[in-house]
Design a protein around this ligand. Structure first.
Ligand code: ADP
Ligand code: MG
Length: 614
């Protein structure tokens, strides 16, 4: 190869290279522009697009503006007003700080930046760049206080990039997604989005709980808001709030998942895993939960300078964050009870947040933690094989699991005329041996009795396990597992955590572990895959849900066999007893497989069926 002399890159070329990282498509430009407007304290941001953003993107704000003498710097690389020392970077409070977005965008498009930093008057200045040195030219231009960024012909001078552009519709879709994220993150700011002259979004500023929920509904759809619960929890320096979709509002794609860390939208493996784990027990296989969640932490414990587009962050205390997110969502989902309404604005939320649960449901007058009402049983006693299995697993007395089956013996909870109607109402009849029909205050309730009983039994079995802990058994022949040196190190580091899961694992060489003890429940599970999986989790998230997940599966199977089968006739008292148990059982809205256990047909739903009141 011919040797070449070393030359300094021309400014434009250097900026075009930097643009390779941050400017992938029109949506990347909109992301940077919106972030700049928000950093400038804008209260109103208008986005105008043509041709999917490729022809034109115009972002106008009413923020602080840029003084005329600063305009050339705004378009220069490595120039920012947001940080000036490494200490600032440690605790950065603005969305931008790298000082390269505008320079990069300007190098691959025809860009003009018009601004007025003067609170009075309307005399602004427009800045454009020219040539390989990107010399900035200034010219007077009328503009109220604030800034307008205009970008035409994105990638006109970089054919390689232009080739990767997709259809107008696809590019617009990406822009809308970016727009929605910022609209969710900053509900107090007014946003509008127009494409080819058509208004796609026009969002009024939201200042209170009700209008914030309206904003979320406008961005995520009313169906989400109707089937989401609000949550809010704060614990020392970390807080989480937002909305999570009910398990039955799951999606076939992971396309309604918004997670913000200190107002910045991020995609993070640790976060996704914690949320998935919280939904594990209630979500139908292969479905994805929907959520809009905001995590607030001290900016010092999260590093946002990990990636040029800042889509990723690094938490200093990853384990704590994982466990906080998991436990918050897990509790929230477990506490859902029949009768809990959808998310509603809760003015007391902010106040209650300090102590724990705020807008979380459960204020529906359901006596949590009260033993099953009445005393009427339903369903078969658990068969002896299951009971034996349970006793072996947990070494516990299983009587209170078993003896709920004396069908119909005890008196029922009678519907007293004066008494308040319970959330799932009083049973009217049984349909085809499969569904229970019940009347409550809203109208008709339909219950899949097998699915419901399965969940109740399952939750009892889980309760039993946590009462007695995990029982372990030494392996007759300890099993060696070939792993990497890194995994050996994790196993040694996390020996106590593994022990708590019932796994006694010791190093047996540089790349070998020996498993001496396992939870009894998992004695038939392939050891190698289990240990590897657990170690991988521990390394990535600081904890592992695998042992529990395997056990839960087993309990779920047992619960399924021990539950009332279809086609079994129940008496009204038995049905009422089942309804009362559902009301106090965690996660009773879904069966063990994530299918709904009951549905409400309100009077208005019924009226609609009969075209009444039209
Ligand atoms: P960064 O946001 O990382 O500082 P940018 O290249 O995005 O880098 O912007 C450079 C500078 O231009 C910013 O630091 C800011 O001072 C100024 N600026 C850009 N957009 C705006 C805006 N809409 N309103 C006010 N100032 C802006
Ligand atoms: Mg910026």
């Amino acid at each position: 190869m011919a040797s070449r002399t070393i030359q300094r890159l021309a400014t434009r070329l250097a900026n075009q290279i930097a643009a390779g990282e941050v400017v992938e498509r029109p949506a990347s430009v909109i992301k940077e522009a919106l972030e700049n407007s928000l950093d400038a304290g804008a209260t109103r941001i208008e986005v105008d697009l043509e041709g999917g953003g490729v022809q034109l993107m115009r972002v106008r704000d009413d923020g602080t503006g840029i003084a005329e003498q600063d305009l050339p710097l705004a378009l220069a690389r490595h120039a920012t007003s947001k940080i000036s020392s490494i200490d600032d970077l440690e605790a950065v409070g603005t969305l931008g700080f790298r000082g390269e977005a505008l320079a990069s965008i300007a190098s691959v498009s025809r860009l003009s930046l018009t601004s007025n930093a003067d609170g009075t008057g309307s005399s602004g200045t427009t800045a454009t760049t020219e040539g390989r040195d990107m010399t900035v030219t200034l010219a007077p231009a009328p503009h109220p206080r604030g800034t307008t960024l205009e970008i035409r012909d994105l990638f006109y001078n970089t054919p390689a990039r232009r080739k990767f552009l997709r259809t107008e519709k696809t590019e617009l879709g990406h822009i809308e997604e970016v727009f929605k994220r910022q609209a969710l993150a900053r509900t107090e700011v007014a946003f509008s989005l127009r494409h080819n002259g058509r208004v796609l979004h026009n969002l009024a500023p939201a200042t209170d709980a009700v209008s914030r929920e309206r904003r979320v509904a406008q961005v995520c759809g009313t169906a989400f808001m109707e089937q989401a619960v609000a949550l809010s929890r704060e614990s020392g320096p970390i807080a989480l709030h937002g909305w999570v979709g009910l398990p039955t509002f799951s999606r076939s794609q992971a396309d309604l998942q918004y997670f913000f860390v200190n107002g910045r939208v991020i995609r993070d493996k640790l976060v996704t895993h914690a949320i998935k784990q919280a939904y594990r027990d209630v979500l139908f296989h292969g479905r994805h939960p929907a959520y809009v969640l905001f995590l607030e932490v001290d900016p010092r414990v999260v590093d946002v300078n990990v990636h040029p587009t800042k889509h990723e962050v690094r938490f200093r205390e990853g384990r704590e964050v994982h466990s906080f997110i998991f436990s918050t969502l897990n509790r929230c989902l477990a506490d859902l009870r029949p009768g809990d309404g959808p998310a509603t604005a809760d003015p007391a939320g902010a106040e209650a947040a300090a102590t724990g649960w705020a807008a979380a449901p459960g204020q529906g007058g359901i006596p949590l933690g009260v033993p099953p009402a009445g005393g009427a049983g339903y369903g078969p006693p658990m068969n002896q094989a299951n009971l034996g299995a349970l006793a072996r697993l947990y070494g516990a007395s299983t009587s209170h699991v078993a003896d709920r089956g004396s069908a119909g013996a005890a008196p029922a909870v009678e519907p007293e005329p004066e008494a308040e109607i319970p959330p799932l109402g009083f049973a009217l009849a049984q349909l085809q041996g499969v569904y229970i029909l019940s009347e409550n205050a809203q109208g008709l309730v339909l219950v899949d009795m097998h699915a419901a009983h399965e969940r109740i039994t399952y939750e009892r079995l889980k309760g039993l396990r946590s009462d007695t802990g995990i029982k372990t058994q030494p392996l007759l022949v300890p099993q060696t597992v070939a792993v990497s040196a890194r995994e050996v190190a994790v196993a040694v580091d996390m020996a106590d955590n593994l022990r708590a899961l019932g796994l006694l694992v010791e190093p047996a060489g540089e790349e070998q572990l020996v498993v001496r003890e396992l939870p009894i429940a998992l004695i038939d599970t392939p050891v190698e895959a289990l240990v590897r999986g657990v170690l991988a989790d521990m390394q990535a998230y600081g904890s592992s849900d695998r042992v529990r997940a395997h056990e839960d599966e087993l309990l779920s199977t047992m619960a399924c066999h021990g539950s009332v089968r279809a086609n079994r006739r129940l008496t009204l008292p038995e049905m009422n007893a089942l309804l009362r148990d559902m009301e106090i059982t965690e996660r009773s809205g879904q069966c063990n497989h994530g299918r709904p256990t009951w549905v409400q047909l309100g009077m208005s739903d019924l009226d609609r069926l009969f075209l009444r009141g039209r």
